[in-house]
Design a protein around this ligand. Sequence first.
Ligand code: SF4
Length: 376
Amino acid sequence: MKKIQTELFANPSENQFDKLCVVVKACQSCTRMANSARILGRSAGPLDAKIMFIGEAPGRRGADGSGIPFHGDRAGHNFETLIAQVGLDRNNIFVTNAVLCNPKDDKGNNAPPNKTEIKNCSDYLRQQIELLDPKIVVTLGGTALNATAFIEPHHLSLRESVRSEHKWFNRLLIPAYHPGQRAMIHRSFPNQLSDYQFILEQLKRLGKKARTVNGSVRADALVVVREITRLKPKLSYFSLHKLFYLVEYKAVQELGHRLTQAFIVRQKDGPYCTDLHLTKLKNSFSNLKIIEPKGDIIFNHQSAGLFDENDNDLDKVAMNIINEVMEEYGEDDDFRLKSRVYTTGPLRWMLKAEKKGLNLFNAPIDFSKKSNSPVN
Ligand code: SF4
């Protein structure tokens, strides 16, 4: 009776997942895995997780013994520390591996899976992704990244695409390094921590309810851009990003929070807001003009935007902040604006952290940081 009830009320994907686990347990596709445990089960995490982490293979001292992916060995400890430090835990992530059994060498030590083994297991990986339908897939290490190419081809390499997001298999793919000790030589723990902060930012963005139109500036950023460019209709693309950052910076200083959820990262020339990509601006402001060769842009607010002027309007306090920033910096050229943004606490902190070896290129700017905040 109990069994019938379970089948009646279980979520269909739970049933399908359990069936997949049974199939995996019986799999004999890879001869050298004959004596290894098949590591796929409910210990991987919730089936409605928005994010899936894919490692290389269960470790001999880790998942092969504990039955829990990335748990029980040094790599597992590092992984659990990394997710904990950015506020994630196993209750909201799903963790699996490119191959579900521990590959061993002749001496019984951990060995990397070969191409055939990765290919053999890639169908199980595809089935896990299809069943769970996570919005974000994070690959941990080169093997996991290569395994995803068996599901839907891509040309990503770990070195060139680490800490960046890519559209893949109807979701976002974010390559990250493996948290094992050997990989830490190539990507230090603090750098990996920044990667996980980036991952968390992407996850948060998915949860935001802000209205966006595909390929357009998000609604909350749109009203800020509209106000900045109402005060200064002609400006360089470069200065728009810097002024937008300075508005957000001032809002945090004076209000304790930002005006938008726009994504701002640190690039070579300072803050860059991905939500203000030129294509998005063009899609959102129909009469936007670009003046070559300098690339200045002119906003024509007679025909501005996809949204009504009254839609999501700024309140008075926000308007004052934008006005103050524009009064102070609106006439500055690109060079002065660049200098100005580098005097703000978050950027000064990033420069300090980079001097200590952190790679923060393309890392999200943390507005809570001050120049004297400690570097972990
Ligand atoms: S690694 Fe995957 S394909 Fe190979 S035996 Fe284990 S479950 Fe089967």
